[in-house]
Design a protein around this ligand. Structure first.
Ligand SMILES: [Zn+2]
Ligand SMILES: [Zn+2]
Length: 256
């Protein structure tokens, strides 16, 4: 008992140095949330990308066959390796600090793209309230919160963009089914919060883009000026060239 209080006292006198949100290892410097080895392990996207869909160039982009509701999109990396693992840790093991950390990293690609950088408010693709209640948190909100903190932009309240249809998970659906599944699944509860504003919409993984398209459509229908999207990871098994464009160390690390 005594030792526990000694411990508490020591922690108050000498607060513990912040640890890496992924591996709990020591951080090399202040103001970062992931250690260098963890950042180095991420399959980050760098170099030129399609402004509209975020896919690395010059290998072409499959996504732009669709006419997206959002004006532009950037992704931090590819949905594979360490990044895929980290997203799973956040979603299925409740590593909330890591969600915030990944959100902070999103500031890198956002700052590189004028369309996104100039957005004045931040929203996220929300879970349906039923799923949120089961999980206890919304990973999109964690990402958006981390990003808002890093950019110093306003985060729209949770009640703004609502997923009002409890759609089945997209993971087992094919391309066409994914589009039908989320069509009209979102609505904006307080249009005055988005009217005339450029909104930055945050999501974890982008596959077909159907979910982000549906959420962006709801924001535009409510009077948003335009919607830019940023996601943690692009997942598209058909996407050519994505693997090649991913490099281990990105200037994002320096940007933070
Ligand atoms: Zn680490
Ligand atoms: Zn494209």
């Amino acid at each position: 008992m005594l030792w526990r209080w000694v411990d508490v006292g020591m922690n108050m006198l000498f607060p513990q140095a912040p640890r890496c949100a992924a591996c709990q290892g020591p951080l090399e410097r202040e103001g970062v949330c992931l250690c260098l080895p963890c950042v180095n392990a991420l399959p980050l996207i760098r170099g030129p990308v399609c402004t509209k869909c975020g896919q690395p160039l010059p290998d072409g982009c499959g996504g732009c066959e669709e006419s997206w509701a959002f004006a532009g999109l950037r992704a931090l990396g590819l949905y594979q390796g360490a990044l895929q693992e980290m997203i799973h840790w956040v979603k299925y093991q409740g590593k909330r600090e890591l969600g915030l950390a990944l959100g902070e990293l999103l500031a890198g690609p956002v700052r590189e793209e004028e369309l996104l950088r100039s957005c004045s408010v931040i929203a996220w693709v929300p879970l349906h309230p039923n799923r949120m209640a089961r999980r206890g948190f919304d990973q999109g909100e964690l990402l958006a919160r981390g990003l808002a903190r890093q950019l110093g932009r306003r985060l729209l309240p949770r009640s703004t963009l609502i997923r009002w249809r409890d759609t089945p998970s997209q993971t087992r659906l094919d391309r066409m089914e994914r589009w039908q599944n989320v069509d009209g699944a979102f609505r904006v509860e307080y249009p005055q919060r988005v009217r005339g504003k450029a909104v930055l919409l945050v999501d974890d993984v982008l596959t077909t883009g159907a979910t982000c398209h549906a959420a962006a459509s709801a924001l535009l229908a409510a009077g948003a000026l335009r919607v830019g999207v940023c996601v943690v990871a692009l997942s598209n098994p058909q996407g050519r060239g994505r693997k090649r464009a991913a490099e281990k160390l990105s200037p994002l690390w320096q940007a933070l």
